[in-house]
Write a protein that binds this ligand. Structure first.
Ligand code: H79
Length: 418
């Protein structure tokens, strides 16, 4: 049908900034940050609503500095921020007129962090985006509370659910799209038994308010709704598995919301490898931080992000605005991205000691091969062709030691597009 083609074309053009951006910051922050046990603490510790409301009265993140967070994202080389406007606990991190259980009306803080972030983001050219838990809401009596034990019988409770859905969920999404300037994307989570009709109404409302706002697949009924697919948490798909745009939402340690116990941090080296691995498969990396109750991004996170940002400041040419690897398989030495006539070979430093790397299947002639960070260094490239097997082989001599930290990028200028 022409209609569905149009929908895909429209989605493609509003997706462009996101496709070029590659790297975004996820922020899980809320009342739960007080307890330092992750964002599921209300559910996991069976905290009653009344008690959780008391916790909200103690939530006073006086150290929150929107500019500092936006600078942190920017220094890390991230191009957009996705922050929890409301997580499963039902607490709105902005001044909601729809529901008083929000940071301005139910906490002593008296400020609207999303408003401050939207201003800081506008000044710094970072796109602000919102996470919104649209179906689970532990604070609302009629929302979905439990995805595990079948406590929500959709048909039986449908009527009651609509009181939540029409008033709070749709009302708050409307607020987020009307009071905080242009929103880059809405990040929905855990769609439960949402019917196609309800999902469609939500999507239509969003398109009507901000036609350029992207919607992730967890809105429900993907691929009928949504612009791109959020893979499972920390999941990286196989090469060539995906036909539509996708992202990996990833944690820096093993938690989303602030955790005092969890000290299992990914190394800077692993993070950079994961980033280039993901973009070489055509995806984006949405990397999470969990700020504290006072509004500080933990140092263990900022240190790693700064190091990733230093690498990106030198090698960003091989990241932003690139396309996926033309090779439909994983390469033992690293990952590939493409821009125009240039192939970028991201060689993991852990591949050394090695004298050369081999790349099969390139029919183009290499005009020039150089270290991205030092175009004066020419690499010797040997190309050969076996007509009997139609086999193109390329051997690239490597320097004795990796010239960069973590991942060393070799640029190959070809005689045309691959
Ligand atoms: O926002 C983050 C998670 O809170 C949310 N998605 C990411 C981006 C998410 N919603 N549902 N789930 C994840 C599935 C959650 C399962 C578990 Fe648990 C939460 C397993 C461990 C914590 C509940 C509490 C079940 C076991 C303990």
């Amino acid at each position: 049908m022409a209609d569905s083609l149009d929908i895909v074309t429209e989605s493609k053009s509003r997706m462009q900034w996101w496709k070029d951006a590659k790297f975004g910051m996820f922020i899980h922050w809320g009342v739960y940050s007080l307890l330092g046990k992750g964002e599921w603490v209300m559910y996991a510790n069976k905290i009653p609503v009344k008690e959780y409301e008391k916790l909200a009265e103690e939530f006073n993140p006086t150290q929150f500095d929107a500019k500092a967070w936006v600078h942190c994202a920017k220094r890390a080389g991230m191009k957009y921020i996705v922050i929890t406007a409301k997580h499963h606990d039902g607490f709105a991190m902005y001044h909601s007129r729809t529901d008083p259980f929000n940071i301005v009306d139910a906490s002593p803080f008296g400020r609207d962090p999303l408003k401050e972030l939207s201003e800081a983001c506008r000044e710094e050219g970072i796109r602000l985006c919102f996470y919104y838990s649209h179906v689970i809401d532990w604070h609302h009596p009629h929302a979905l509370h439990d995805t595990f034990n079948n406590l929500w019988d959709y048909e039986l409770e449908k009527k009651a659910f609509f009181r939540y859905w029409n008033h709070k969920a749709k009302g708050q999404v409307r607020e987020l799209l009307t009071e905080y300037g242009p929103v880059g994307l809405l990040w929905f989570d855990t769609s439960g038994g949402l019917s196609k009709k309800e999902s469609e109404a939500m999507v239509n409302m969003i398109r009507g308010l901000q036609p350029d706002c992207l919607i992730n697949s967890r809105v429900s009924h993907w691929p009928d709704f949504g612009d791109y697919q959020s893979k499972g948490d920390n999941e990286i798909p196989m090469h060539g598995e995906e036909t539509r745009e996708w992202e990996t939402p990833m944690t820096l340690n093993q938690s989303w919301g602030y955790s005092t116990k969890d000290q299992v941090w990914k190394s800077t080296d692993a993070l950079i490898r994961k980033l280039v691995h993901i973009i070489s498969k055509g995806g984006n990396l949405l990397l999470n931080v969990g700020p504290t109750e006072t509004g500080i991004i933990p140092e263990k996170s900022t240190l790693r992000l700064e190091e990733v940002g230093e690498w990106l400041a030198r090698n960003g040419e091989a990241v932003y605005g690139t396309s996926a690897s033309p090779f439909p398989y994983e390469l033992e030495w690293g990952a590939v991205t493409v821009k125009g006539d240039t192939l970028f070979l991201h060689v993991y430093n852990r591949y050394w000691p090695a004298e050369e790397l081999v790349l099969n299947g390139v029919r183009n002639t290499v005009k020039k091969a150089y270290m991205l960070t030092d175009p004066s260094t020419c690499h010797h490239v040997h190309q050969s062709y076996q007509p009997e097997t139609d086999h193109h082989e390329m051997r690239i001599r490597l320097p004795e030691l990796p010239p960069e930290d973590h991942v060393s990028v070799i640029a190959l200028e070809l005689d045309g597009r691959i």
